[in-house]
Design a protein. Structure first.
Length: 163
């Protein structure tokens, strides 16, 4: 069982999900997709984004947020990524069991979810104040590699560089 989980709540774009799956493989995380999805998992674009790695992604699909929320305490401490909050992900000391939660590409996480988890909201800092957000797969990678950096002090003999 993984100690790092990345959850996408109602993702809309298949290639973003494929790229997040690739990031999960790179950092040893498990990918959780919370339905409804804006695409079919059988779509060619999703497979292409994940390349030949997609079958190796540790994937769990949840029928709704309620089902995932019920399992969340057994997965780890959740951190909900959203723009416009003061708490920067660099300021978080991620625990041994961590769940990184991201929302839909078009609107982010639903307001009721944000309201219910105000103490767990974090943002990725951006210098340009006119920039609304990062691409979902970019944000997931930035967050996941910050967890890896914290856990391994930036160096892990088991990790190797990209080709």
């Amino acid at each position: 069982m993984s100690s790092l989980h990345i959850a996408l709540v109602e993702p809309e774009i298949p290639w973003n999900t494929g790229n997040v799956g690739r990031t999960c493989l790179a950092v040893g995380a498990e990918l959780h997709l919370i339905e409804p999805l804006g695409f079919s998992l059988a779509e060619r674009d999703l497979r292409r984004a994940g390349l030949d790695y997609w079958p190796r992604v540790r994937l769990r699909v949840w029928p709704a947020w309620a089902a995932f929320a019920a399992a969340l305490p057994g997965l780890g401490e959740p951190f909900f990524f959203t723009a416009g909050v003061r708490r920067c992900h660099f300021d978080v000391r991620f625990p041994a069991e961590t769940v990184l939660v991201f929302g839909r590409e078009s609107v982010g996480l639903p307001r009721p979810l944000l309201d219910a988890h105000r103490d767990r909201l974090v943002a990725i800092p951006m210098i340009d104040p006119e920039l609304r957000s990062l691409n979902l797969s970019t944000a997931a990678a930035v967050a996941a590699f910050e967890v890896v950096r914290q856990r391994h002090g930036g160096v892990d003999p088991g990790l190797h560089g990209a080709r």
